[in-house]
Design a protein around this ligand. Structure first.
Ligand code: MCA
Ligand code: AMP
Length: 511
C-alpha cells in the first residue's frame, strides 16, 4: 500500500532547516518559538502516547481544548498515529458535547482541565476509556505523559480513502451529522490551494482563527505547513494585537467579522499591510461594502472563497490578476472541483439562473458518520453533493451565492441551525412554541433572534430565559434578542412565516 497519510505530506514540506522557526506565539505571556524540529519531535511523542493505548485503527480522538500550538500538534499526532481527529468548538456546553461523544464514540477525549469534571463524566458515560487534559499554558496530563515517550515515531500507513477527521455539522432537521473527511480529501484540497493562492517561499501566515473548524484547522494551518511557512499564532482574534503584527505577515485568512473589526481600527491603513501578499475571506458572505472599504483603506483586494465542512474549499476568486477578484462572488470552481447549478427537478440551469449548488471533486467527503440514509439524501443520482446553498454561475464561471435552501444562520462565521435552538427553547418551562431567525448584524453578519410564544396564562421572562440558554447551548447560538409574543405568523398551510419575522426585525441591529 502506498503511504498517503496526510501527516507525511505535511512533514515532507517542513523547512529544510529544521531549526528554523515554524510557529511563533503572539499572545502568550511570553512569546514562544517552535522550530520545525519541535513540531517533528512533539508530534512523535504525542503519536507514541496514542500508540501506547493500543487503539484499533480509525479510533476517534475528540478534542475540546483552547487554541495552542500543542493543540495543533495533537491534531497532527492523531493523523500521524493513523486515527481520526474530532475537533469540538470550545463554546459547546455539556448537552452538545454529550451528543457528539455519544454519536462518535471516541476512544480518547482531550479537554481543558477546567472542564475535566463534566467532560470526563460525559465521556465515561459514552464508554470512552481515555480522558486527558491539555491547557493553553502547556500543562495537563496529555503533555505530562507524552513527555515520557520517545521523540521518534514511524507514521501509520494510511490510504487516501482512510478517515482523517470527522467534523460535526448541523442539519436542517434533527441532530448534527459527522462529516467524514479522508486523508485524500484534505491533502488534495491543501495542494490545490497551495498552487492556486500562489504560496511562495518566505510567506508568513498570521493565524488568528479557531482551530476546531475547517477554516482555521485545515485551510489556514495546512496552507502554511504545506509551504513550510512560519505562522504568527494568535490564540484569539484581538484586532489591535493582530494589527501590530500584520506588518510581519504576508498571508491572512479570516471570516468577514474579522475584516469588519480590522476596518473599525483607525490605525488599519496601507502601512500595516505593506508586506501583505494576500487577504482571504470565507465561511460567510463578505458584504460588498466591506470588500470596497477594505480595498480603499489597505490597497488590497480581499480574495473571497467558498467551502463547507463536507467538502473543504470549492471555489475561489482568482489570485492573479488581483483585478479579477469580484466582490459579492466566491469565484469560479477550484481546479479539479466541479460546480453546477440545477433546479428542483434536477435540470441543469444556464448561466445566470438561480438554483441549487451541487459539487463534485476529490475533496468531497466520504459521507456522514453512521448515517447512510442522510448521506444518500444529500447526493444526486449521479454522485454530486447538494450543498444546500442557492446561487448562480455566470458566463465566466464565477459563482454567486444568493441564499440557502437549508435553514441556517451564519453568525460571525459560526453556523447556527434554528431548529436546534427552537427545540431547546420549546423545552423550557411555560413555552408553547418558538421561531428562530437570522437578521442582519453589522459585526456578526447575521444575528440570532428568537420569537417565543408562552403557554396560556404564563408570563415568560425573556432575560431569564436568555440567561438559562447560556448554560444550555454554545454562547454564539444564544439569541442576541428574544421577543415574547402571543402568536407566530402562519400561512394558510399552518407553516410559520419566518420571512415575515425576518422582515419585521430586519432593522433591529441597524447602525
Ligand atoms: C462570539 N460571540 C458571538 C460570536 N462569537 N456571537 C455570535 N456569533 C459569533 N460568531 C459572542 C459570545 O457569545 C459572547 O457573548 C461575546 O460575543 C464575546 O465572546 P468572545 O468569545 O470574546 O468573542 P470574540 O472573541 O469577539 O469572537 C468573535 C469572533 C469569533 C472572533 C468573530 O466568533 C470567531 O473566531 N469566529 C470565527 C469562526 C470560524 O472560524 N468559522 C469557520 C468555520 P456574551 O458575552 O453575551 O456571552 S469553517 C466554515 O465555515 C467553512 C468550511 C468555510 O468555508 O470556512
Ligand atoms: P460549514 O459547513 O459549517 O462550514 O458551513 C458551510 C456553509 O458556509 C456553506 O454551505 C455556505 O452556506 C457558507 N459559506 C462558506 N463560505 C461562504 C462564502 N464565502 N460566502 C457565503 N457563504 C459561505
Amino acid at each position: 500500500m502506498k503511504q498517503e497519510n496526510l501527516f507525511c505530506a505535511l512533514r515532507a514540506a517542513f523547512a529544510s532547516d529544521l531549526d528554523a522557526i515554524a510557529i511563533e506565539t503572539a499572545d502568550t505571556p511570553v512569546p514562544l518559538h517552535y522550530s520545525w524540529r519541535d513540531l517533528e519531535r512533539g508530534t512523535a511523542m504525542l503519536a507514541n502516547l496514542i500508540d501506547s493505548l493500543g487503539l484499533p485503527p480509525e479510533s476517534r480522538i475528540a478534542v475540546q481544548t483552547e487554541k495552542s500550538v500543542e493543540a495543533l500538534m495533537l491534531y497532527l499526532a492523531v493523523l500521524r498515529a493513523g486515527h481520526v481527529y474530532l475537533p469540538l468548538n470550545t463554546a459547546y456546553q455539556a448537552g452538545e458535547i454529550a451528543y457528539f461523544v455519544g454519536n462518535a464514540e471516541p476512544a480518547v477525549v482531550v479537554c481543558s482541565s477546567r472542564n475535566a469534571g463534566w467532560v470526563g463524566q460525559v465521556a465515561r458515560e459514552a464508554g470512552t476509556r481515555h480522558v486527558f487534559t491539555l491547557d493553553d499554558d502547556r500543562t495537563g496530563t496529555l503533555l505530562e505523559l507524552a513527555a515520557l515517550e520517545s521523540d521518534v515515531h514511524e507514521p501509520a500507513l494510511r490510504a487516501a480513502d482512510d478517515l482523517a477527521a470527522i467534523l460535526y455539522t448541523s442539519g436542517t432537521t434533527g441532530r448534527s451529522k459527522g462529516a467524514m473527511l479522508t486523508h485524500g480529501n484534505l491533502l488534495s484540497n491543501a495542494q490545490v490551494l497551495k498552487d492556486f493562492w500562489g504560496w511562495v517561499p518566505g510567506d508568513v501566515l498570521l493565524h488568528a482563527l479557531p482551530i476546531f473548524h475547517v477554516h482555521g484547522l485545515f485551510v489556514a494551518s495546512h496552507g502554511a505547513l504545506l509551504n513550510g511557512s512560519r505562522m504568527i499564532w494568535f490564540s484569539r482574534f484581538e484586532p489591535r494585537a493582530v494589527l501590530a503584527r500584520l506588518p510581519e505577515a504576508t498571508v491572512f485568512m479570516g471570516v468577514p467579522t474579522l475584516y469588519v473589526r480590522l476596518l473599525a481600527e483607525p490605525e488599519f491603513k496601507r502601512k500595516a499591510c505593506r508586506n501583505m501578499r494576500l487577504f482571504i475571506s470565507g465561511s460567510a458572505p463578505l458584504l460588498i461594502e466591506t470588500f470596497r472599504d477594505f480595498r480603499k483603506r489597505s490597497g488590497h483586494t480581499i480574495l473571497e472563497r467558498y467551502g463547507m465542512s463536507e467538502t473543504a474549499m470549492l471555489t475561489s476568486n482568482p489570485y492573479r490578476p488581483e483585478s479579477a477578484r469580484r466582490g459579492g462572488t466566491v469565484g469560479p470552481a477550484l481546479p479539479g472541483v466541479g460546480v453546477r447549478v440545477r433546479d428542483d427537478q434536477g435540470r441543469a440551469l444556464p448561466a445566470g439562473e438561480i438554483g441549487g449548488i451541487e459539487v463534485t471533486g476529490p475533496n468531497v467527503f466520504k459521507g456522514y458518520w453512521r448515517m447512510p440514509e442522510k448521506t444518500a439524501a444529500e447526493f444526486t443520482a449521479d454522485g454530486w453533493f447538494m450543498t444546500g446553498d442557492v446561487g448562480t454561475i455566470d458566463e465566466d464561471g464565477y459563482v454567486t451565492i444568493v441564499g440557502r435552501s437549508k435553514d441556517l444562520i451564519i453568525s460571525g462565521g459560526y453556523n447556527v441551525y434554528p431548529a436546534e435552538i427552537e427545540s431547546v427553547i420549546n423545552e423550557m418551562p411555560g413555552v408553547a412554541e418558538s421561531a428562530v431567525v437570522g437578521v442582519p448584524h453589522p459585526d456578526f453578519g447575521e444575528a440570532v433572534v428568537a420569537i417565543v410564544v408562552g403557554k396560556p396564562d404564563v408570563e415568560l421572562d425573556a432575560v431569564a430565559m436568555t440567561a438559562r440558554l447560556k448554560a444550555l447551548i454554545a454562547n454564539f447560538k444564544v439569541p442576541k434578542q428574544m421577543f415574547i409574543v402571543t402568536e407566530l405568523p402562519r400561512n394558510t398551510m399552518g407553516k410559520v412565516q419566518k420571512n415575515l419575522l425576518r422582515d419585521q426585525h430586519r432593522q433591529l441591529f441597524a447602525g
